[in-house]
Ligand binder design. Structure first.
Ligand code: ZN
Length: 242
């Protein structure tokens, strides 16, 4: 529940392309977005809506965006199909206070690159390595209720260097059985908006069914939700002391 007692409105956006492949449908019959929604639906202070690339306006009309407190984003092969004008509208909403949670290959989406201002490239390998995710900022709200580390039996490997600016908070650091490490959960503040990126979630493994991952999604939604903070003023300004 937000400070005012209102529900937190969450929109889960997915490009919904891999989700039509048989091997992905076998894991996620309701799509990746359906699994993310089901994790969030376990918290009844959230009101969760789905949006996908193939909907009119990619499911993110002004009305939807203006009523979204936290936007979750999963994309991979269709980053280039996301409308540039929509990316700009999302960016303006983030600056105005909307939370944003980027999942897995969303690291290479237009909106995530806009948030970071960097290329966001990294190493990757699809070999089914085990991922061990260490909590490295134990007091952070997104780590609430988690063990010191947890493992995902099989995942796509991401490795450093991950071309991002230094995060405001680095919460998770991953190690893979192939030997790579990767910053796998971190935050930025942009304008009044709070951004969290969470690495796990390759489409061919049941990552969003894992209880620790699902907890992180719920924690992130609470953390990224807007607060009723002051709006900054910019430009020439008289002294506030008289
Ligand atoms: Zn992947």
């Amino acid at each position: 529940m937000s400070c005012s007692g209102k529900k937190i409105n969450i929109t889960v956006w997915n490009e919904n392309v891999h989700d039509k492949e048989e091997r992905v449908k076998a894991i996620y019959p309701e799509g990746i977005h359906g699994a993310v929604k089901s994790a969030l639906d376990e918290d009844n202070t959230f009101k969760v809506t789905i949006a996908t690339l193939d909907m009119p306006e990619h499911g993110l009309s002004d009305e939807v965006l203006n009523n979204t407190d936290v936007l979750f984003w999963w994309g991979h092969v269709a980053h280039g199909k996301v409308d540039d004008a929509l990316v700009e509208r999302i960016w303006q909403r983030i600056l105005g206070g909307m939370g944003f949670v980027g999942l897995h290959s969303a690291h290479y989406s237009k909106i995530f690159k806009r948030i970071t201002g960097t290329g966001c490239r990294l190493k990757w390998r699809e070999s089914g390595d085990t991922e061990r995710i260490w909590v490295v900022e134990q007091g952070h709200p997104i780590a609430d209720g988690l063990p010191e580390y947890f493992e995902l039996a099989q995942e796509e490997t991401y490795g450093e260097k991950f071309d991002i600016p230094a995060p405001d908070d680095l919460i998770f650091l991953s190690w893979f059985t192939g030997g790579e490490v990767c910053r796998s959960g971190f935050t930025y503040n942009r304008g009044k908006g709070k951004i969290f990126y969470f690495r796990p979630g390759h489409e061919t493994y049941p990552i969003y069914l894992d209880e620790n991952v699902r907890k992180v999604l719920r924690n992130a939604a609470h953390w990224a939700a807007p607060v009723n903070g002051p709006s900054p003023t910019y430009g020439k300004f008289e002294s506030v002391n008289h």
